[in-house]
Design a protein around this ligand. Structure first.
Ligand SMILES: [Zn+2]
Length: 212
């Protein structure tokens, strides 16, 4: 294993811990991959808690998804990663997570409008919702296909989200931003315009005495 691969494995571990600590994945959810030299990729294994992953447990596969090295089976969603890399030679890393608020948008049919916040539009552009597809099947890559060329982030109906980019850090930041934006949109939807909490009256405040 060369030093580049060793540091990519460490970066994947960092991303997995971040996803878990921010509540973007739970239990054995999610999968993270990146290209490595020599027409190969590194991808998290199936069925384990990604927050507890060790670097040597990460699978090394061909760009077609065939296992080359690793003690465990690569992620069940590897087809989705293979598909993104096949369609987008400019993409070096792919992150799939189950961000709760953004995923709830897809269940409720609530629009994710990335144009509502300038920095989100700048970072993510338009965020499409791919139709429901049975997880871990060929339906998943088929469902994202129409959106991969023109997106950096895709919501997966009833399932989660997919982000990708030129590096692991970039793909992870896009996932974080996606969920953060979903939270802001959600809070804004609860705060109806013109409806603000009614404060105590001056008399009631006076009865409380000094606020010091
Ligand atoms: Zn998933």
């Amino acid at each position: 294993m060369d030093s580049q691969e060793r540091s990519l494995r460490q970066e994947i571990i960092k991303v997995c811990r971040k996803l878990e600590s921010q509540g973007l994945i739970a239990a054995s959810d999610g999968n993270v991959s990146c290209r490595t030299g020599g027409d190969c990729m590194l991808i998290t294994p199936s069925g384990v808690s990604k927050g507890d992953l060790e670097p040597e447990e990460i699978a090394k596969t061909s760009m077609q998804g065939n296992l080359l090295e690793g003690p465990m089976r690569p992620s069940n969603e590897i087809r989705m990663h293979v598909h993104v890399y096949r369609m987008r030679p400019d993409v070096s890393a792919v992150v799939h997570a189950h961000p709760p608020v953004a995923t709830a948008f897809t269940l409720a049919g609530f629009p994710f409008n990335s144009k509502a916040l300038p920095e989100v539009w700048f970072m993510l552009g338009k965020v499409p919702v791919a139709p429901y597809a049975t997880p871990s099947t060929d339906e998943v890559p088929q469902s994202i296909e129409p959106y991969v060329m023109d997106s950096r982030a895709i919501l997966l109906k009833r399932h989660g989200a997919l982000t990708f980019g030129g590096s692991l850090v970039e793909a992870c930041m896009r996932m974080e931003k996606l969920e953060h934006c979903a939270k802001v949109l959600f809070y804004a939807s609860m705060l109806e315009e013109g409806k603000v909490p009614v404060p105590l009256t001056d008399k009631e405040i006076a009865k409380l005495g000094s606020s010091d």
